[in-house]
Design a protein around this ligand. Structure first.
Ligand code: SIN
Length: 532
């Protein structure tokens, strides 16, 4: 097999907002490689309808935004991180505009926010950001963007020079080039993981199909700690329609007066929380879950009929078009919705610049755990975190490369290809994919119990063992690489959920419904903990 080795100063794995804004901020003298798992537009960023939270009106203040973030985070946010992110939000918004993102002058309101502070581009904020930043990145001669490249594992200094002592350093990655179905070696002085979330661990999710948490799993396997993975945020309103899986109905609709109703037309959120349909996400998702379990019905409804067709279409053009194609007119019909997995509040432990437990390895964006979101992320704080972390990471990298003259190893072990696997076995891979996602939805969903978590744990241990056996003598393809990551991430979520014997934010366990002071801390997992 031909040996393919690619050298860069900085290797960025992932092409969403954090990866792209980082590559735009790195000094031109650095050779930067950006890997996209599929196409240039394939990242959760491109799917974001909502926007970016940043204080920018005189009646609002940083204190308000900080308070809203801390309340949503249910006692688990790191206040220093929250303050640092929120106070630099206006600068990051200005920068986004300077790259050409045409943010609307009006501001949206979303759940948990006490003021209008969501910067957006209609309801296609993420799509426009992604298109604009890709265009900007393509203009940079120091940046190469490679599509169809999926991360497998990192290469550590100890694998190349076993006698080396001291801290483990990450020096590269093995990557599957999907187009040519071969494993390539990428060596770099710094590797930045920006692979986004892991919503595909669940059967129902608002995430794009590649959101399998590849970066988190690879970092954990390499030796990084992870934290707070039990806090999967469930978005209350995914469109419920057989012909349209994964389509989000933005919280901004509720910000414009949308009300959640059951099939009898009762506004059930009114009794659940003083903020009604605009209560924090964990509360709305749980209340809907309860209502559906009681009624046995498949969905609840969002009533937007107070807006004329023209106003709706003007405010939310993408959603309007999508509904129209399904013969739903939101000015006369209620929109059927269900909750779905949306965001991972935990991730690889990192500081705001993305520094992890391993030298040479940074993690930014949704894959990272910084302490910003606590037990439940405030809406539209996630794209903000991507921008701030990319900014901080760029500064640290620029500094570390000034006057730097390090070299990369000349020779690294090539990927060891096992015997070619039998294609019939792919049926097993697909079966395990489905099994993990169904099991996670049914046993580790919005409402958890000790028994369900324990069952999930037992089954996932076996599934992970089966995956390992299969992976070891399998010619790697995207499905098996993703399955291996999905299996590990599912196990880490369950392990974290079992450790938190209380309910807080987006983790609710019926056997431990109370919030306890003794658990007002992070759930940290070390490599090896997953099977203990
Ligand atoms: C939404 O538009 O409802 C999603 C916003 C977010 O998750 O931050």
């Amino acid at each position: 097999m031909e040996k393919m080795v690619n050298h860069s100063h900085v290797l960025i794995v992932g092409c969403g907002l954090s990866g792209l804004s980082l590559c735009l901020k790195l000094p031109n003298k650095l050779r930067v490689t950006v890997l996209c798992k599929e196409g240039l537009m394939d990242a959760n960023t491109a799917w974001a309808q909502g926007g970016i939270a940043a204080v920018s009106s005189d009646d609002d203040s940083f204190e308000n935004h900080i308070r809203d973030t801390l309340i949503a985070g249910a006692g688990l946010c790191r206040t220093d991180v929250v303050e640092k992110v929120i106070t630099q939000a206006p600068q990051r918004i200005a920068e986004l505009k300077s790259w050409g993102v045409p943010l609307d002058p009006s501001l949206h309101l979303e759940g948990g926010h006490s003021y209008r502070r969501i910067h957006h581009v209609g309801d296609k904020t993420g799509q426009i950001i992604q298109q604009t930043l890709i265009k900007e990145a393509q203009k940079r001669s120091n940046v190469q963007i490679l599509e169809q490249h999926i991360l497998i594992d990192f290469i550590l200094n100890k694998q190349v020079t076993p006698e080396v002592t001291g801290k483990t350093q990450v020096i590269g990655a093995y990557v599957l080039n999907k187009k040519y179905q071969r494993i390539e070696t990428f060596l770099a002085h710094a590797i930045v993981v920006a692979t986004g979330g892991m919503g595909k661990v669940y059967l129902y999710t608002s995430n794009w199909s590649g959101a399998t948490g590849d970066g988190v799993a690879a970092c954990f396997r390499a030796g990084c700690r992870v934290a707070n993975l039990e806090f999967t945020q469930f978005h209350p309103t995914l469109l419920y329609h057989p012909e349209s899986p994964n389509f989000l109905i933005s919280e901004a609709l509720r910000g414009e007066g949308g009300e959640l109703l059951n099939s009898k037309g009762e506004a059930f959120m009114k009794n659940a929380h003083p903020l009604g349909s605009l209560a924090p996400r964990d509360i709305v998702a749980r209340t809907i879950d309860l209502a559906l379990k009681k009624s046995g019905e498949p969905c609840v409804y969002l009533n937007m009929t107070h807006l004329s067709q023209q106003t709706f279409a003007q405010k939310f053009p993408v959603i309007f078009e999508h509904l129209k194609n399904l013969n739903i007119d939101p000015s006369t019909q209620w929109i059927p919705v269900v909750p779905a997995a949306h965001y991972c509040c935990g991730g690889v432990i990192a500081d705001l610049s993305g520094k992890t437990d391993l030298d040479g390895l940074f993690v930014i964006g949704e894959s990272a755990y910084t302490g910003l979101h606590g037990a439940n992320r405030l809406a539209s704080n996630s794209l903000l975190e991507c921008l701030v972390m990319a900014h901080e990471c760029a500064q640290v990298l620029a500094e570390s490369f000034s006057g730097y003259s390090g070299t990369l190893p000349k020779d690294v072990p090539v990927w060891h290809y096992p015997k070619k696997s039998d294609d019939d076995e792919l049926v097993v891979v697909h079966h395990m994919w489905d099994e993990i996602r169904t099991l996670m939805w049914n046993y580790v969903g919005i409402v958890r119990t000790n028994k369900r978590l324990a069952r999930a744990m037992e089954r996932l241990k076996l599934i992970n063992q089966e995956i390992r056996n299969y992976y070891e003598d399998c010619w790697p393809n995207a499905d098996i690489i993703e399955l291996r990551n999905l299996g590990l991430n599912a196990l880490l979520i369950v392990k974290s959920a079992l450790k938190r014997r209380e309910s807080r934010g987006s983790h609710f366990n019926k056997d431990h419904p109370e919030t306890l002071q003794e658990f007002a801390k992070e759930t940290v997992l070390w490599p090896g903990d997953e099977f203990r």
